[in-house]
Design a protein around this ligand. Structure first.
Ligand SMILES: Cc1cc2nc3c(=O)[nH]c(=O)nc-3n(C[C@H](O)[C@H](O)[C@H](O)COP(=O)(O)OP(=O)(O)OC[C@H]3O[C@@H](n4cnc5c(N)ncnc54)[C@H](O)[C@@H]3O)c2cc1C
Length: 376
């Protein structure tokens, strides 16, 4: 089977892969995105916070994403039923838009820039070079026999990244073992339409309720593993009895939980030892994962994609320059991500204890993320 050549091969068509493809396509690079699924991924984040919205604005995409999204500007936090604080998002707040819709918008914009997408395409082999090309990815072979040669290879292929494994980059995954997460999509109730509310309990439970459009809401429940076995085996009445103990201002949502399907989500933090090797780099969840309570993963990933696009274009096909620029401009992102991962860990490990949670909570990082320092 023939070999295709391109400037940049991106493995993974999630937000990171699609956004980078769009930025590179706009700058005239020939980009091929390889995605194992039949389409862009359907499950993931819902909140796009101010730093991510600013990245989109820099590329003329803020209106497109904001148009059908919901704007919110406040999250109210509770502990054992009492309101303990509100986090406010000034300057237009944040946007709620289900992940699939957001990624599809970026994917559709890629079509105008000539980006090629190969769906249902899984990688069978990654050939590394030797001699002068030592440490460079030479060729990707797909399971249907197609071959792809690229000047730059990006692993935007999620937490289990095949590219990261092929590069031999070490990673450390830490599951949040004391906090199993469940999520359901339910009809919208009046209290959820009014305000986003996040409830914690000293028994180690949390419940987050927010709208995802004008008719539906998302409900996250986090709980200790031993409670998960009991509650979700015994069914919804037991769940509602437990929620009644600490969910005080959202009782109109309890009825809508009756027919809900509760999907279990595995949540872990992920740290990796390097973000690039030779002509290959990691992006998004392949490079880092933090607790979703930070709500910042997408914002950081989009900024990372901006940096990668600049570096790839500046290197302009010179492998030595690419390596040096990745080292100088992309590797330092590890420190920025480490701060976010540590912050997510601090929130997840402290929320049972009201005072400890309030001490760990950082409104600057929560609202502005890595750009907080620029705002003060
Ligand atoms: C429960 C949860 C809630 C979150 N909520 C928020 C939030 O509200 N706000 C926020 O900013 N962030 C949030 N995040 C983080 C956010 O989801 C990530 O930062 C973002 O999705 C990263 O995008 P990505 O493109 O790296 O990954 P993904 O969306 O995971 O995309 C990876 C893609 O690679 C594909 N793939 C994997 N392996 C291969 C392979 N071998 N070959 C080809 N394709 C492959 C997958 O099919 C997938 O399409 C949340 C995360 C979780 C887990």
């Amino acid at each position: 089977m023939a070999t295709t050549s391109c400037d940049v091969a991106i493995v993974g068509a999630g937000l990171g892969g699609c956004f980078l493809a769009l930025l590179l396509g706009r700058r005239g690079r020939h980009v091929v995105v390889i995605e194992q699924g039949a389409s862009v991924p359907s499950a993931g984040a819902d909140f796009l916070k101010p730093p991510g919205l600013r990245v989109l604005a820099r590329h003329g995409l803020a209106d497109l994403v904001g148009r059908h999204g919901l704007r919110r500007d406040t999250i109210r936090y509770y502990h054992d039923g009492d309101p303990i604080q509100e986090c406010r998002f000034p300057d237009g707040g944040f946007v709620i838009r289900p992940y699939r819709e957001l990624v599809e918008l970026i994917y559709t914009s890629c079509g105008m820039e000539g980006v090629e997408f190969w769906f249902d395409a899984s990688i069978a082999d990654i050939a590394m070079g030797d001699g002068e090309a030592d440490g460079q990815v030479e060729e990707l072979t797909l399971s249907d026999g197609r071959r792809l040669k690229a000047g730059v290879v990006i692993g935007a292929d999620g937490t289990k990244s095949a590219i990261r494994q092929a590069l031999g980059i070490e990673q450390r995954t830490m599951p949040y073992e004391r906090l199993l997460m469940r999520v359901a999509t339910v009809p919208l109730s009046a209290s959820i339409a009014r305000l986003n509310r996040l409830y914690f309990s000293s028994d180690g439970w949390l419940t987050y309720l927010y709208p995802i459009n004008r008719d539906q809401a998302r409900v996250f429940v986090g709980l200790p593993p031993e409670d998960d076995r009991e509650v979700f085996q015994d069914g919804i009445p037991t769940l509602i009895d437990e929620l009644k103990k600490f969910v005080t201002d959202s009782s109109d949502a309890f009825n809508s939980l009756q027919g809900a399907t509760w999907q279990r989500i595995k949540v872990s933090s992920l740290r990796v030892e390097a973000y690039h090797k030779g002509n290959a780099a990691l992006l998004g969840s392949a490079a880092f994962a933090c607790h979703p309570m930070t709500g910042m993963g997408m914002s950081y990933t989009m900024h990372d994609a901006e940096i990668l696009a600049d570096v790839i274009c500046a290197a302009d096909g010179d492998p030595g320059l690419l390596d040096r620029l990745l080292q100088a401009r992309y590797e330092p992102r590890k420190d920025v991500h480490r701060q976010l991962i540590d912050y997510g860990d601090a929130l997840a490990s402290s929320f049972r204890d009201r005072a400890a949670y309030l001490a760990a909570f950082r409104p600057d990082l929560h609202v502005y993320g890595e750009t907080a320092a620029e705002r003060t």
